[in-house]
Write a protein that binds this ligand. Structure first.
Ligand code: F6R
Length: 240
């Protein structure tokens, strides 16, 4: 389904409700949550609602979506740091419930295998909440990605390295990423894509109304049996 909201606040409240409801129904749910600016308010709402309603997140498994290769997990701007600040810290998630790529590892292939295995051992993702890049990427599945891949290391697209600077206070050396593959995202029992703001309007139109192609990885999600695309008015502005 495609849901249009008047504003970012409403979109975020809806996204948060989805996560809360899933965890209420399935306290050991396996969640994959994106970093990036768009889901920030969703996560704040998840934390507020979990605290208000006493929702227990202690059994939830968290799988990292992606990470910038060579960036320390403690560096503000890393995906891990963001989720630690937004979700893991506030909800007191224990370390043994978090499977996140170590993007500083010498053997990144082994990291990919470790995360592939974690997903398998926990029975697959129940929900993947993803954002969309200006180039249509999902996680770090960049334009032209082999959609049959599981976790992999990727040479980042130049749009991603340029836009990615916004997460860092001083210039970061961004060249490679490590990411779940489209196979894993497409195998999630539910996918939620969030997009907000006028900068996303053109790519949202292409992803939703264009043909399904790996040159716009987000368009692949249109073939998912249970995908929700949550848009604010600005991101939905170019849809017919
Ligand atoms: C981040 C990630 C990226 C972002 C996308 C949108 O973990 O996976 O794919 O979701 O680049 O980023 P924002 O939300 O900052 O526009």
């Amino acid at each position: 389904m495609i849901a249009k909201f008047t504003n970012y606040q409403e979109l975020s409240a809806f996204g948060a409700d989805k996560i809360i409801q899933l965890v209420q129904q399935k306290p050991d749910a396996v969640l994959c949550l994106a970093g990036g600016d768009t889901p920030a308010l969703t996560y704040d709402r998840v934390v507020a609602k979990a605290q208000e309603a006493g929702v227990d997140f202690s059994g939830v498994i968290f799988i990292g979506l992606d990470e910038w290769v060579g960036i320390q997990p403690a560096t503000p701007g890393s995906c891990y740091h963001f989720l630690q600040q937004k979700i893991f810290g506030p909800l007191h998630i224990q370390k043994d419930k978090i499977y996140f790529f170590d993007a500083m590892a010498n053997d990144l292939k082994a990291e990919c295998n470790r995360i592939d295995l974690a997903i398998e051992q926990h029975g697959g993702l129940d929900l993947a909440l993803v954002g969309i890049g200006m180039n249509g990427h999902i996680g770090f599945n960049e334009p032209g990605v082999d959609a049959a891949l599981n976790a992999h290391v990727v040479e980042l697209d130049e749009v991603t390295t340029a836009v990615g600077q916004k997460y860092f206070t001083s210039g970061a050396a961004l060249a490679k990423g490590i990411t779940l593959g489209m196979t894993q995202i497409m195998s999630a029992r539910e996918v939620v894509l969030v997009a907000s703001g006028p900068k996303k309007a053109a790519i949202i139109r292409e992803a939703i109304q264009g043909r399904i192609t790996n040159t716009i990885p987000a368009s692949l999600l249109m073939a998912h049996p249970r995908v929700s695309i949550l848009l604010d008015a600005a991101a939905a502005a170019e849809l017919d």
